[in-house]
Design a protein. Structure first.
Length: 325
């Protein structure tokens, strides 16, 4: 059967539309990538925390996808700034990745998505949780807020660092509840949890992962999670909105990024692999342990999400005069 010239042209154009993206992708990917050398994946926090565990599982699975070694390198310090700075200065050749924890605000400018780093994928997103010691603990969030208002000097909350999502979530609670709970920053979640369990600090606004076992064991009381949805890891813990703070919403997220200038073909292929990984059964246990859900979106969509969330917190910081030093 022969096709009229118009139909033959349409068939040819359709076929070309399928071939051209693949050719463009190949042309925008360095020769030999990713087989030329191992991929280094930087993490700006100590081993064992949620960001480290999630990254290591993703890296292990990425090595299977690429057929190349993916080496996780911890460079803790300065609320993750050391790892971000190292990634921003690395060659944009597809062999350096970094996990960007967000949201985060800092007094001095840190390397960030957009001008310094290119978004690759969103690994995970999830709530933080407000916890406190179980000795003479108020029954619920409403009673806690009432107790704080009566004696504000008796209350403070721990977080994993100044300017982190946990710090910002605590300040959002202060702003919406009309409280002034003092912030006690730590260099990571592990020591913060230890001090809340030991009653050195009465409250903690922390990631689900570090507090989960203590909540289940009855050694910490969980008042509320910060997201608009309940955590699958803590299904009996209400959201801040359910507990009485209407309109409250805060999540922390972990994005994978590469040095700015990394070829688009590399970003697209990495995004495809990582999107499959975070949605796979291999990632589920780590997501549950951290209280997170799998991230999704193209590099452009991830960039837009991170930009919008950062703007939200900058507006809050300006409104309440948040001290970041």
């Amino acid at each position: 059967m022969s096709f009229p010239a118009f139909h033959r042209r349409q068939v040819l154009l359709s076929a070309m539309s399928l071939v051209l993206p693949a050719r463009a992708l190949a042309a925008d990917t360095p020769a030999g990538w990713p087989q030329a050398k191992p991929i280094t994946w930087l993490v700006g926090f100590p081993a064992g925390g949620s960001v480290d565990v999630l990254t290591r599982v993703a890296a292990r699975e990425l090595a299977q996808k690429t057929g190349q070694s993916v080496v996780v390198e911890n460079r803790p310090g300065a609320s993750g700034a050391l790892a971000l700075a190292a990634a921003a200065k690395a060659a944009p050749d597809g062999y350096t990745l970094v996990t960007v924890p967000g949201p985060g605000l800092h007094k001095t400018r840190m390397p960030e998505l957009g001008p310094d780093l290119a978004a690759v994928s969103l690994l995970a997103e999830g709530p933080m949780v407000l916890v406190g010691g179980t000795q003479t603990a108020p029954a619920n969030l409403a009673e806690l807020i009432e107790a704080i208002r009566k004696d504000p000097r008796a209350w403070s909350y721990a977080s994993s660092g100044t300017g982190t999502g946990q710090h910002l979530a605590g300040e959002l609670m202060n702003a919406m509840a009309g409280t002034r709970v003092a912030h006690v920053p730590y260099k990571g979640g592990s020591q913060a949890v230890t001090d809340v369990v030991g009653n050195q600090v009465p409250l903690g606004m922390l990631g689900v992962g570090p507090v989960l076992s203590y909540v289940k064991a009855g050694r910490l009381k969980a008042y509320a999670v910060t997201s608009t949805y309940r955590s699958e890891s803590l299904p009996d813990v209400p959201t801040m909105q359910e507990a009485g703070l209407a309109g409250y919403s805060a999540t922390q997220w972990y994005a994978c990024a590469a040095p700015r200038g990394t070829p688009q073909g590399v970003l697209t292929r990495l995004n495809g692999w990582l999107s499959e990984i975070v949605a796979s059964p291999a990632m589920k246990p780590s997501l549950l342990a951290s209280g997170s859900i799998a991230g999704k979106g193209s590099p452009g969509e991830v960039q837009a999400f991170c930009d919008a969330d950062t703007r939200k917190w900058k507006e809050l910081a300006a409104k309440v005069g948040l001290a970041l030093d």
